[in-house]
Design a protein around this ligand. Structure first.
Ligand code: RIB
Length: 305
């Protein structure tokens, strides 16, 4: 039985460096094309594995070259890929990513097979939905996410939903989520509370608790993370690193968080561990190649930077 089960997307990413994003109707030059493995689901599975967890990934790719490469990559990293479904009727997901000199990014995803993952397919792989933690995002159909949350709760698993990319969600989802991990933009999309400062983030967290989540962790980029639970709010500062590409920083955070909770760490300890993983992911280009291993996370944590 895996400690962490991730249900989500797997993409091939095409990342380019730009001086600034293009404006409407404008053509600009980019450079340094990087073709790499991505997708929020697969990224979080890899992040959890590198952070030390035993991981199963459930997702869907096409019966094409990219899908085969994704399967081999997951196996090489040591992730149980028995849950990776191949579908001949759709293409493997791809993402186009522009990264600017500050490390900020803009991402366009062509979901392909990711958005064809059905509750029936999860049901037929029910034996794989077994572990301590279920981790999900929103790059697969929301009905499928809801089915998986419901099933995991019935099985006594702890559920984490990273509501990315930002989207409004039906109320029923929230009571099935033990731990919701939005960034500020996503928290604002879910609550209607505008993005402002730490106090504003706390308000969003409180609103999300009222909507039914167990605990909320709002990731704040260079300002760290805010945990809002039934006993109040607690801020965790960011680590100081040299950011070159923020792609998959949220995925590093979520995967490491799931790994830490699966090994029995309390949230007080799991959040700094995840924050360190997120910070390290910004120091390297790309998605999965930027995800840190356990040694690097522990080293940054103990440096206290
Ligand atoms: O979170 C980063 C990921 O978002 C990229 O790897 C891309 O594939 C998109 O899913």
């Amino acid at each position: 039985m895996s400690a962490v089960v991730v249900v989500g997307s797997a993409n091939l990413d095409f990342t380019i460096q730009v001086d600034r994003p293009p404006q409407q109707g404008e053509t600009i030059f980019g450079r340094d094309l990087l073709v790499s493995f991505g997708g929020k689901g697969a990224n979080q599975a890899v992040a959890a594995r590198r952070a030390g967890a035993n991981v199963t990934f459930i997702g869907k790719v096409g019966q094409d070259r990219h899908g085969e490469e994704i399967r081999k990559n997951l196996e090489t990293i040591g992730i149980d890929g028995a849950g990776l479904i191949s579908d001949a009727t759709c293409g493997t997901g791809v993402a186009f990513i522009l990264v600017d000199p500050s490390g900020g990014n803009q991402i366009v995803v062509v979901s392909g097979c990711n958005y064809r993952l059905t509750p029936e397919e999860l049901e037929s792989r029910d034996q794989l939905l077994a572990g301590r933690i279920l981790l999900l995002q929103l790059e697969t159909p929301h009905d499928t996410v809801r089915w998986a949350l419901q099933r995991a709760k019935e099985k006594g698993m702890r559920t984490i939903l990273n509501p990315a990319p930002a989207a409004p969600l039906p109320r029923e989802h929230f009571s099935l989520v033990d731990l919701l991990t939005p960034n500020e933009t996503e928290a604002s999309a879910l609550t209607g509370v505008p993005v402002k400062d730490l106090d504003g983030a706390e308000k969003m967290g409180e609103r999300l608790l009222e909507m039914g989540c167990g605990d909320v962790i709002i990731t704040l980029g260079a300002r760290g993370a805010l945990w809002v639970g039934k006993d109040g709010a607690r801020h965790f500062p960011a680590f100081s690193v040299r950011t070159i590409d923020s792609t998959a920083a949220g995925d590093a955070f979520n995967g490491a968080l799931a790994a830490a909770l699966a090994e029995g760490k309390a949230l007080e300890k799991a959040i700094p561990f995840a924050t360190a993983a997120g910070a390290l992911a910004t120091t390297r280009r790309g998605a999965q190649e930027s995800l840190p291993d356990r040694t690097a996370i522990d080293a940054l944590l103990s440096s206290g930077q």
